[in-house]
Design a protein around this ligand. Structure first.
Ligand code: AMP
Length: 501
């Protein structure tokens, strides 16, 4: 069934608030139906047919979110692109996805026109204020549209993965993938039509678009829709919201805000975190200041959400909680794919209605990342503890092999992070003439702490086996992160490639 049919079925009344904009103006669910119908008509006029891709590289705006919904109504495939991508990168995405229509910022129109023409796509514009040629066309279009029926396995979206190694891959997501996960999250996180979700995430990524957007619409609730995360603005809106989904950096920034108190969060019932690991220290500080235990969950573009800390019960910092209902999670041996005994570290594999059917036009890559029994090999390494909580210890490709021994970066990072004077750390393997890889710690210190490489290594000596000890400690002001808050270890590896040569 078309995901939009479920969204429509959850509208208690057209008069209910759907979106509250930063300027205080609102959009009702009835307005949403009208405007997505107009946009759907504009898409059809632009030649978009069911199954066609609609590639969208524009700033976050209400209109951009409505365009996602209109694409669903047309039965087409929404393809959001990170606003940071350059024209050269767009050439690859457009060549690979072959969209019928490209929607871009007016500033990119000229550059994109040639790329689009080569691929037979047309171009429309939409700017950060929600204006452009697509909106002009929609304004003239009727406010009714007969939604195109879709089967569960039809594609609703393609999201390109961040591609820190090799070519970026288009993860295909079906109506079933998105619907099943949204419903699971509504139930697990107890969303209702009374909820007001503070939305400050980008919408070119699974977190902001699906986890936040679909979940609140499946609940029939409202969103406070902010164009980006700004701590002052978020603090202003917290008293009007009931829930916020964030990446760890949202929380570290809020903790620096003098206004963050128990009273400021009195109206909130839920804060969630994901997309990157939340430091236990952040979790603890946030709880001490606000009384809220941030609920950490784990998912990825290809699988939607896999695990979550419980709504009731202990939300344990440093873990990503339990497998969500309907999602099978196992820890397997990376080579053989055999399930490992409880407590052992291995690759995390998942299966369920949330898991994507494969990468766009990459059958070999898809085959390589699924087991014969349908489990998807996430590439994350982790374990399940005796209480059933899943722990992530890193990405398989971040595993360090030094002198033949495996070192999981997270274990070393946790010890370093616990030292006085340390804010955070990233542990990487750098080419080493004797050991193959040398364990290397990149450390951010608190303001007045003294950078003393020898002292840090000495502190770790009693806590970690010798082969796990960093051979070098590099001090930096900040760790490089992408917009979702993920530490870019590939950048650190490049910067330190010659450290031991
Ligand atoms: P993306 O496809 O951009 O959402 O990235 C997915 C990856 O983010 C996962 O495979 C994990 O490596 C990482 N990730 C997501 N949530 C968490 C979390 N709560 N803790 C640690 N890593 C996470």
């Amino acid at each position: 069934m078309n995901l939009f049919e479920t969204i429509r079925s959850r509208i208690a009344s057209p008069a209910r608030t759907f979106i509250i904009k930063a300027d205080g103006t609102t959009l009702s669910y009835g307005d949403m139906l009208d405007r997505t119908a107009q946009l759907a008509n504009a898409l059809v006029l632009a030649g978009v047919e069911p199954g066609d891709r609609v590639a969208v590289q524009v700033e976050k705006s209400v209109e951009n979110f409505l365009l996602y919904l209109a694409t669903l109504r047309v039965g087409a495939v929404y393809l959001p692109l990170n606003t940071a991508y350059t024209l050269a990168e767009l050439d690859y995405f457009i060549g690979d996805a072959e969209p019928k229509l490209v929607v871009c910022d007016p500033a990119k129109r000229d550059g994109l026109a040639e790329i689009a023409r080569k691929r037979g796509a047309s171009v429309e514009t939409l700017d950060a204020r929600g204006q452009g040629s697509l909106i002009d066309a929609a304004a003239k279009a009727p406010k009714d549209f007969a939604d195109v029926p879709r089967e569960d396995d039809d594609l609703a979206a393609i999201l390109y993965t961040s591609g820190t190694t090799g070519r970026s891959k288009g993860a295909m997501l079906t109506h079933r993938n998105l619907s099943s996960n949204a419903q699971t999250l509504v139930d697990y996180w107890r969303f209702t039509d009374k909820d007001v979700l503070l939305h400050a995430l980008p919408i070119y990524h699974t977190h902001g678009l699906f986890v936040a957007g679909n979940t609140i619409m499946f609940a029939g609730g409202a969103m406070i829709f902010l164009s980006k995360f700004d701590a002052d603005e978020v603090m202003r809106y917290l008293p009007k919201a009931t829930s916020m989904m964030g990446v760890p950096t949202f929380y570290t920034r809020l903790l620096k805000h003098p206004g963050l108190t128990r009273e400021a969060c009195a109206h909130m019932r839920l804060f969630t975190s994901g997309s990157a690991p939340l430091l236990a220290e952040t979790h603890d500080e946030f709880r001490a200041k606000t009384g809220h235990a941030i609920l950490e969950r784990y998912g990825m573009t290809e699988t939607n959400m896999n695990t979550s800390n419980p709504y009731d019960g202990d939300r344990i910092a440093g873990t990503v909680g339990f497998p969500l209902p309907g999602v099978d999670v196992r820890i397997a041996d990376a080579d053989s794919g055999k399930a490992l005994p409880q407590g052992e570290i291995g690759v995390i594999e998942v299966r369920g209605p949330n898991v994507f059917p494969g990468y766009w036009r990459m059958p070999d890559k898809t085959k390589a990342e699924f087991r014969a029994d349908g489990f998807f090999i996430t590439g994350d390494v982790g374990k399940i503890d005796e209480r059933g909580y899943v722990h992530i210890v890193g990405r398989a490709k971040d595993l360090i092999i030094t002198g033949g021994f495996n070192v999981y970066p997270k274990e070393v990072e946790s010890e370093i992070d616990a030292l006085p004077g340390v804010v955070e750390s990233a542990v990487i393997g750098c080419p080493h003439p004797d050991f193959g890889e040398g364990v290397t710690a990149v450390v951010v210190l608190k303001k007045d702490a003294i950078a003393d490489e020898k002292a840090i290594i000495a502190e770790l000596e009693g806590r970690l086996a010798k082969f796990k000890l960093p051979k070098r400690v590099i001090f930096v002001d900040d760790l490089p992160r992408n917009t979702m808050g993920k530490v870019q270890k590939n950048v650190l590896r490049e910067q330190n490639a010659k450290l031991y040569s």
